[in-house]
Design a protein around this ligand. Structure first.
Ligand code: MV4
Length: 500
């Protein structure tokens, strides 16, 4: 099962990515004394990851399809530079089994799992079947391989609503909810067409639709010697169009007993594919706190810092150690979740205009600092935000001893943040930090899209009552009074910190 997996000591690494994650991996490599090599497109000639690296290689035009997404260009840059390993970051080539295989064939260490693990988990249906065999709970469903009439008979028996899912999908692509038996066959046909057009694979399957669920995922580390550990959960329910916007660790609804159970199940799922490196098991959790496997992400994730802050473990350094063939030095019993961390993704987009991406020259970027604040970013004053890549320009991550303390820090840090030249979603985050549903932890995966609006200002007394009730219930009375005294305008108009 680990065919195509190469781990060995390396002293140089090429980072096949850009932006904040390229910076994140470069920093880890520097700390470990590994020579770090960047690649860049036309648009990224002056990008920070190029300046920070020991060497940088040009790989093509600005569109990712002509540079960061071309396996041959990355491999060629690795060979020219003599890089002994490649870290793919997230996105781009991170979850392409064929790219991992190319690295293997060239004798280059791919910082990730085997091509086999990537392809099994990349196909949602084979992932589902593989983890079922390992005893992992999945949403009740109906496997493919049946005729449409057989699918319908099985669905009628299972009961509605059901969710039609594309096997090649993921991230919500090709999904269709069906509420009535009469609508099933046409939805199956439509989902097949959509999946065929999008992925060249029309395989679909059915699951019972879980409404009002939460997206909770477990971070894992697994070495090439058969050891795997869980680093606890992240709460990722706050999403818009399948893009996460705020993540936190731990989750408000997970206690230590549930964390242990979810962790053990996640480890079993990873072991079922001989998984090596950092990875994440995504679960859907229903209102009764029953949890079901959704997908596995076979890469480092955007939101890994919240787990780093509550466990004290440097996930990217651990990835590099694992890829170098080392045994995990952390034992499961030594993993302790302490305090609370929240991440706000800072996107160049306009929250007041349907989150339209915003491009242009960043003239000012004043980054918040101080206790408990971490900013991972790939931009600086003078940097031009182009339309070629993802709109996420920074991650603002705040730590506190309690959830209330982390929220207070986040409000303070959002107040300090000044980005000029492009519009950002900072006002969205400030609004969320005033939302009584966010403050009280009462949200599901529909919240951002269906129940949250930039227009409504909650009545101050409702907000205060909600905060007080929630935080007092969690022995955080002191934080409650602080949050209330800074609510209303959030303290944002009381002072200005002048920037020169
Ligand atoms: C579901 C579901 C409800 N019931 N499966 C969305 C992306 C992919 N990871 C699976 N997804 C879902 N699967 C069943 N049986 C609801 C979602 C879903 C969702 C899941 C996680 C985070 C955000 C979401 C937003 C909409 C739907």
């Amino acid at each position: 099962m680990t065919d195509g997996l190469l781990t060995k000591k390396f002293d140089s690494i090429l980072i096949a990515n850009r932006g904040e994650i390229a910076m994140r991996v470069l920093r880890a490599a520097r700390e470990l004394g590994i020579k770090a090599i960047a690649v860049y497109s036309d648009a990224d000639r002056d990008a920070p990851h190029v300046r920070y690296a020991n060497e940088a290689y040009y790989i093509g035009a600005s569109p990712a399809a002509e540079s960061y997404l071309v396996p041959e260009k990355i491999i060629e840059a690795a060979k020219r530079s003599g890089a002994q390993a490649i870290h793919p970051g997230y996105g781009f080539l991170a979850e392409r089994a064929s790219f991992a295989q190319m690295c293997y064939d060239e004798g280059i260490v791919f910082v990730g799992p085997s091509p086999h693990a990537i392809s099994v988990m990349g196909d949602k249906l084979t992932a589902r079947q593989t983890v079922i065999a390992a005893g992992v709970p999945v949403v009740p469903g109906i496997e493919a391989g049946l005729s449409d009439d057989e699918l319908k008979a099985a669905a009628d028996k299972m009961g509605y609503p059901v969710l039609v899912k594309a096997s090649a999908g993921g991230g919500g692509k090709g999904m269709r909810p069906v509420y009535k038996s009469e609508e099933l066959l046409s939805s199956i046909a439509a989902a097949r067409r959509e999946a065929t057009a999008a992925f060249g694979d029309g395989t679909i399957y059915l699951e019972k639709l879980i409404e009002g669920g939460r997206h909770i995922e477990i971070q894992l580390l697994a070495d090439a010697h058969g050891n795997a550990i869980s680093l606890g959960e992240r709460e990722c329910s706050l999403q818009r169009r399948h893009q996460k916007v705020i993540e936190e660790a731990p989750s408000y609804v997970v206690d230590e007993e549930l964390r242990q159970r979810m962790g053990a199940v996640a480890v079993a799922a990873a072991k079922a594919v001989g998984y090596v490196n950092a990875g994440t098991i995504e679960f859907l959790m229903d209102k009764d706190k029953k949890f079901y496997f959704l997908e596995m992400n076979t890469r480092v994730q955007v939101e890994h810092p919240v787990t780093e802050l509550v466990t004290g473990i440097d996930i990217v350094q651990e990835q590099l150690r694992i890829a170098r063939g080392r045994k995990l030095r952390i034992k499961q019993e030594d993993v302790k979740v302490k305090g609370w961390a929240i991440e706000c993704r800072i996107n160049a987009e306009d929250p007041y205009n349907n989150y339209l991406p915003s491009t242009g020259l960043i003239t000012t970027s004043r980054i918040p600092t101080g206790p408990g604040v971490r900013v991972d970013t790939g931009v600086f004053p003078g940097y031009e935000v182009t339309p070629y890549y993802d709109s996420m320009i920074a991650k603002l991550v705040c730590y506190g001893e309690t959830r209330g303390a982390a929220i207070l820090r986040m409000r303070r840090a959002l107040d300090e943040y000044r980005i000029m030249g492009v519009k950002t979603n900072i006002p969205f985050h400030q609004h969320m930090m005033d939302s009584h549903r966010f403050l009280s932890g009462q949200f599901d995966t529909n919240f951002v899209e269906e129940r949250f609006s930039m227009d409504d200002r909650e009545a101050i007394h409702d907000l205060q009552a909600a905060i007080m009730a929630t935080l007092v219930a969690h022995q955080q009375g002191e934080q409650a009074s602080q949050i209330i005294s800074s609510s209303g305008d959030g303290g944002r108009n009381q002072w200005r910190w002048h920037y020169r």
